[in-house]
Design a protein around this ligand. Sequence first.
Ligand SMILES: Cc1cc2nc3c(=O)[nH]c(=O)nc-3n(C[C@H](O)[C@H](O)[C@H](O)COP(=O)(O)OP(=O)(O)OC[C@H]3O[C@@H](n4cnc5c(N)ncnc54)[C@H](O)[C@@H]3O)c2cc1C
Length: 381
Amino acid sequence: MDFTLSPINKMVIKAGKDFCERIVPEIDAYMAEHGDYPPDLLEKYAKARMLGFDVPKEYGGLATTNFNLILLIEEFGKTGSTCFLPLLMNNSVAETICHWGSEEVKKKFVPPLCDGSAWATMAFTEPDTGSDPKMLTTTATPDGDDFIINGCKRFISMANKPGYGVFICKDLSLAGQPHDSTAFIIDKKSPGISCSGHYELTGLDGADTCDIYFNNVRVPKENILGKQGQGFNVLLRWISGERIQQAAGMVGVGHQAYLEAKKYSMQRIVNGMPMGYMQGFYWMLGEMKVKIDACRLMVYNAVCKQDAGKNFDTASAEVKVFTTPLIQEVTRMAVQFHGSYGYSKEYLVEKLFRIAMHQGVVASSLEINKTIVGMTALMSK
Ligand SMILES: Cc1cc2nc3c(=O)[nH]c(=O)nc-3n(C[C@H](O)[C@H](O)[C@H](O)COP(=O)(O)OP(=O)(O)OC[C@H]3O[C@@H](n4cnc5c(N)ncnc54)[C@H](O)[C@@H]3O)c2cc1C
């Protein structure tokens, strides 16, 4: 596969770098003070033409590629900021609704996700499981032209922000059938919805991740995304794209950790010379670079399959399996380069190390992805 970057790809990277240099520091300053995203964050993204990458123009999108989106996300990853999460979510949920939705659903719910007036959410995880659809307990009970939703979704990104979420529920009208989950688009400010406070996370400082509770929340049948019983399919397709985007962000995180280590290794004098000249350290730098370059190629390979309209589930799972331990190792090595300074909040590498830890447990766990790759290998000829 030829991964030569086109003039448009380069333009996207340049726009991303520019936004990250000029705007992200002020976003981060707000997040450090308030522990939350700035209320106008999505408007900033919409103004910078960063929402609706893989969404047709008629629904307010940019009608460009997922490849361009992952190039942009890598630039955000380099900043160590958490502000890329809503960018990623609005893009991926808008694309998901476009894929599965009826014409009316697309016209109603996609434009607000592309113009930044609605915050997107995708919710599967519950107190009892984040992996197994058979364990879901949030129920959807049919009632005339509506469904009534009851239950709780856990660790949900942007759950308490105004806008729409896709919620995967146990559909009681399908009770006893093998596939009984259905995806509903729900306005997060509907009567009967409430949220917990944010979780205090290891990394992703300021991320808005909380529990969301449904107490007899009424949702019209027209808000079903896909068909009844396809809830888990909606989730799996979304998560395949999300894993690639998340990994692109983590390639940015790893790349920056490598650059920070390289810079420090030329500044810090050990045994009378910059430590970077010691074989042990330049070997480490070499290893870090090779790991990041390989991770980036894995991401490019998977996203090209996605853009070509091929099945990309396994390629996306392979990305998670391959890149998660490598990027976590690269950020750990960058901390080690810095000695005790690396273990202090004065240096970016400490933050990068904490962010990298989330990749193994968010957007499906590492083990679930090993299962996907392993089972696919077993079943293939
Ligand atoms: C910052 C953050 C943001 C999040 N945002 C969202 C969101 O927006 N929407 C959402 O729905 N969720 C979200 N989550 C939740 C996250 O996706 C889940 O926590 C994750 O999928 C794992 O689920 P779990 O924690 O319930 O682990 P479990 O499913 O209980 O698994 C526990 C452990 O067992 C392993 N395991 C489980 N099943 C198997 C198996 N069959 N074979 C081998 N090993 C297995 C897992 O790998 C894991 O190590 C978020 C989490 C965080 C931390």
